[in-house]
Design a binder for this molecule. Sequence first.
Ligand code: HEM
Ligand SMILES: *[C@@H]1O[C@H](CO)[C@@H](O)[C@H](O)[C@H]1NC(C)=O
Ligand SMILES: *[C@@H]1O[C@H](CO)[C@@H](O)[C@H](O)[C@H]1NC(C)=O
Length: 265
Amino acid sequence: MVLVPFVLAWDILLNIGNAVLPKRKKGKVVRPGHAGVGGKWPEFIAPTEGDSRCSCPALNAMSNHGILPRDGKNITFKQLNALIQETYNFSPSFCFMVPHIGASMLKKSYWKDSFNLADLDLHNGIEHDASLTRLDTHLNRNQAPPHLPFVKELLESATGRDEDGNPLLTEADVSRMLVKRRKEAEVANPHYTTSKFHEVFGASNASTLLTIFGGRVADLEAILIDEKLPEGWESRILEHFGLTVIAFNKVVSRVGKGTEGEKKE
Ligand code: HEM
Ligand SMILES: *[C@@H]1O[C@H](CO)[C@@H](O)[C@H](O)[C@H]1NC(C)=O
Ligand SMILES: *[C@@H]1O[C@H](CO)[C@@H](O)[C@H](O)[C@H]1NC(C)=O
């Protein structure tokens, strides 16, 4: 991981840039020339037999809209970097780092290799037990389809409200649901495994629901159930350089702390 100091230094600069530069305007988060500009996403087509999908709703949605190849195959890590940046407005530093982690978990080269979405479901590589939206691998080999009872329970757990009274997931809701999934997985899955590392990744994936998707239950229904970006949807991140590693980690760490509080009950 020789890249870590480089990515952090870059991230610090982007964070400063975000503090001083004007935010993107609502309705204009996606920049001209990219998929989703003006809230118009390329056509949604549900996956068909033979298409490759994975346990990540955000990446599956990109293939369902043809932003990533519709068959979910032969995707380069470099391509993933550029496309997640434009689609979700994560910072370039984050979008450089995450596919690097993915490539190293799969023992592939970030610079040269490609992968199929299903490759990401390597159990206890990136994919892990006690997810918010998937049954554990031991209980369902196929990690691609969301487990709808989990998704429904997650969305129904939302205690926040926006200014118009629409339900919003809060940090506390996500922490509580992460703990609930872990406790239930421990009972339901005789092969249940966990580690600090996977708990942090779990909290990290879950924190995208609060940041990129703003906790908005109406949007999350489409994204987590159909793996579809709603018409007119755009990332809730308005910062010029997108959501940096530093800014994201603040949310992840609060969500993680929230799960520790829950354990002591
Ligand atoms: C290189 C990019 C990415 C990779 C390799 C990746 C990989 C994964 C994997 C393997 C999982 C399943 C983890 C589990 O077992 O629960 C996952 C879940 C998830 N990811 Fe991604 N992901 C990426 C980018 C993103 C982005 C950009 C977003 C949001 C905009 C996102 C949002 C999520 C969410 C919400 C989950 C579900 C968490 C859960 O069910 O508990 N991911 N991702
Ligand atoms: C994968 O994509 C590359 C170009 O990006 C192409 O040269 C190669 O033939 C493709 N491989 C398969 C198996 O489709
Ligand atoms: C989701 O978790 C995986 C590991 O489980 C990680 O590689 C990826 O970076 C995470 N994605 C986000 C957006 O936090």
